[in-house]
Design a protein around this ligand. Structure first.
Ligand SMILES: *Cc1c(COP(=O)(O)O)cnc(C)c1O
Length: 414
């Protein structure tokens, strides 16, 4: 019975927004003459992921083996009407939240990790590799690899490796091999360590190490966000939400989500773009990383190491060093090209909230709905609370994506 209902809600196809954009998406390009990042992608990504990166097809069939694993890790995730919060806010409209924290790894990242690991496994490669900061992406990669019986080599930014031992334990439990980056597993890492044995590491160094490791060991590189293929895989969030709303006869007037690289946001909102022209869509970021209000819409490097191609996006510059905010997933300097285009054309609005508002929002949500949201998701909740305050008498149906739970981030409340 449950399985029958589940399979009705989990979509059969992912949705790709590219053909529905208001104008053609500027393509990725190489930034250096001496070395082609685009050729590099050909070698390090599973072929199917690479094809999905550049396709103009609107729908992409989700392989049965991936749907099976989606069910195993907790899909469909619940869409819950936040009635306690509505009462607390004395709001005449409706508030719903989609809860990606209900997946096995506690965030949406597993949705694309499973797809990428599946395609890598199909190619008969030796394993998968990636970088991770706070460890959310590393945990998703480790579990997805483990589900398809592939080794996972994870390069964790050294300062996070030291400060966030719990996520390292999670990755180890899922059979992931985790090393602090810079590491001595790669030539690039060894070079940095020989210059400075106490280097704290950066995501850029982690990416370089993972790419080198993939090339040398016939592994495939797993991409957390920003790239179109990752957003396509994440569309399972929005497609489920549409179906769940349809089943109860509701229409979304407003959609709100948070943006790091744009994967949970694009996955949640893009499926509404073709047939919900009147739905208001709001992308929230941290005001410490004000990419949409203070960044430029330009070609820029996807990563500070310059290993991956340049893409046209809102960016604060690949060398932007954000202040230490506790929402680690929102520190990225740019945002996915398709999302950037939709913001530039005015179809999607943006908002920024600060850490104090976010903490209060997480508290309010925990006290009314019981869910302790991830700091990243707290930004979306804060924007939603501000929206309700500003539109008190409009009785809208607001749907917010809670991209993850915050049970491993509790130290922010110490
Ligand atoms: C990584 C992460 C984000 C930010 O990444 P996107 O690609 O923008 O979705 C947001 N929320 C949670 C819980 C995360 O782990």
């Amino acid at each position: 019975m449950i399985s029958a209902i589940n399979s009705e809600i989990i979509p059969e196809n992912w949705y790709n927004v590219i053909p529905d954009l208001p104008e053609p998406l500027p393509p990725p390009k190489d930034s250096k003459a001496e070395f082609s990042s685009i050729n590099l992608l050909n070698k390090i990504l599973p072929k199917e992921v690479l094809r999905q990166e550049f396709t103009f097809k609107r729908y992409e069939k989700i392989p049965d083996e991936v749907i099976e694993q989606y069910e195993q890790i907790g899909r469909p995730t619940p869409l819950i009407r936040a009635k306690n919060l509505e009462k607390y806010l004395d709001y005449g409209g409706k508030i719903f939240y989609k809860f990606e924290g209900a997946t096995a790894t506690g965030s949406h990242k597993i949705n694309t990790a499973i797809a990428q690991a599946y395609y890598a496994k199909n190619e008969g490669v030796n394993g998968v590799t990636t970088e991770t900061g706070a460890g959310q992406w590393g945990s998703a990669t480790a579990l997805a690899a483990s589900l398809y019986k592939l080794p996972a080599q994870i390069f964790m930014v050294k300062v996070s490796f030291i400060q966030k031992p719990l996520r390292k334990i999670v990755m180890n439990l899922y059979n992931g091999n985790v090393v602090p980056s810079p590491s001595n597993l790669t030539e690039y890492g060894r070079k940095i360590l020989s210059e400075n044995p106490d280097h704290p590491g950066t995501l850029g160094i982690g990416i370089s190490e993972a790419v080198e490791y993939a090339l040398d060991h016939d592994y495939r590189y797993m991409v957390a966000s920003v790239m179109n293929s990752a957003l396509t895989h994440q569309s399972v969030i929005g497609l489920e939400t549409k179906k769940q709303l349809e089943l109860i006869g509701e229409h979304a007037d407003v959609l709100i989500g948070c943006v790091g690289g744009g994967s949970n946001f694009g996955g949640f909102t893009f499926p509404f773009i073709p047939d919900h022209p009147d739905t208001e869509i709001i992308a929230t970021t941290a005001d410490e990383v004000p990419k949409f209000s203070k960044g430029d819409y330009k070609y820029d490097l996807m990563d500070s190491a310059g290993v991956l191609p340049e893409v046209r996006m809102y960016s604060l510059g690949a060398d932007f060093v954000p202040p230490t905010i506790y929402a680690g997933g929102l520190r990225y300097h740019g945002a996915s090209p398709s999302l950037s285009l939709l913001i530039n054309k005015g179809r999607i609005k943006s908002d920024e909230v600060n850490q104090e508002e976010v903490k209060n929002a997480i508290r309010t949500f925990a006290n009314t709905q019981g869910i302790i949201a991830a700091p990243e998701s707290g930004h979306a909740i804060a924007t939603m609370l501000n929206y309700v305050k500003a539109h008190k008498n409009e009785k809208k149906t607001i749907v917010v994506n809670v991209s993850g739970h915050g049970l491993l981030d509790l130290s922010i409340f110490q």
